[in-house]
Design a protein around this ligand. Structure first.
Ligand code: NI
Ligand code: MN
Length: 225
């Protein structure tokens, strides 16, 4: 499995068998993403919630690629009502797709679309493919149930917001690493806008002080997991 970071909370996962999954593809309106919607294709788009900086270019990309949206019920229905293919799920539920398993987890946040459609509960997501498990926390504050997520899943990579203001800041995200017992943590949702300025180096140093690893991905960078 390969993981590419576009900036903000937008990632691309490519499985060994070649399935391309985008997570929260906020590209064209994202001042920090070097990649725009015309540059990507997807088989699946996983959405954590309906906010514009996560829904992003989902409609355009999904229409052009004939991608399937994977989201909680209300958000999946909203995309389907706009003509997209959707696989409806909900928090606590997992499903085995052709590429691997997706399970939605809780997130403490909101989920109203830019055109004021209620997107259901916001979520985080566990993606297991090619023998690795990736946890994308979505937008969330710190919550104690991360301990349970970490107890029940061996998390190889945790993608965690550190930008503060709307989500966890650095210190809460470091506590999340401890709760999740994640092997490698990758900071996200920072420095896109002035209000979420944060230091990924401070996060990395504090994670390493816990005896854990952290990788700071450059915008556009792709790594092998
Ligand atoms: Ni949000
Ligand atoms: Mn956000």
């Amino acid at each position: 499995m390969r993981l590419r970071y576009f900036s903000h909370s937008a990632f691309q996962v490519t499985t060994d068998s070649g399935t391309v999954i985008l997570i929260d593809p906020f590209l064209d309106g994202n001042p920090t993403s070097p990649v725009k919607s015309d540059d990507v294709k997807a088989d699946y788009i996983i959405l954590t919630h309906a906010h514009g900086d996560h829904l992003g270019d989902t409609f355009k990309i999904a229409k052009e690629s004939n991608a399937t949206i994977i989201a909680v019920n209300e958000l999946a229905d909203y995309t389907a009502a706009n003509g997209l293919n959707a696989h409806n799920m909900h928090i606590g539920g997992g499903y085995n797709f052709d590429f691997g398993r997706v399970k939605f987890t809780i997130a403490h946040h909101g989920s109203l679309s830019p055109d004021n459609h209620y997107g259901g509960e916001p979520a985080g997501v566990l993606i297991t493919a090619d023998d690795k498990t990736l946890y994308h926390a979505g937008d969330t504050g710190l919550f104690i149930d991360m301990k349970l997520i970490g107890e029940m899943n061996k998390i190889d990579y945790a993608l965690l917001p550190i930008g503060d203001n709307f989500t966890m800041g650095v210190d809460d995200a470091v506590k999340a690493v401890e709760f999740l017992n994640a092997d490698i943590s990758i900071p996200m949702h920072y420095n896109t806008f002035p209000v979420i300025e944060a230091s990924p180096n401070e996060f990395k140093a504090k994670v390493e002080a816990l005896g854990k690893k952290s990788i700071i991905l450059e915008y556009g960078q792709e790594i092998n997991l």
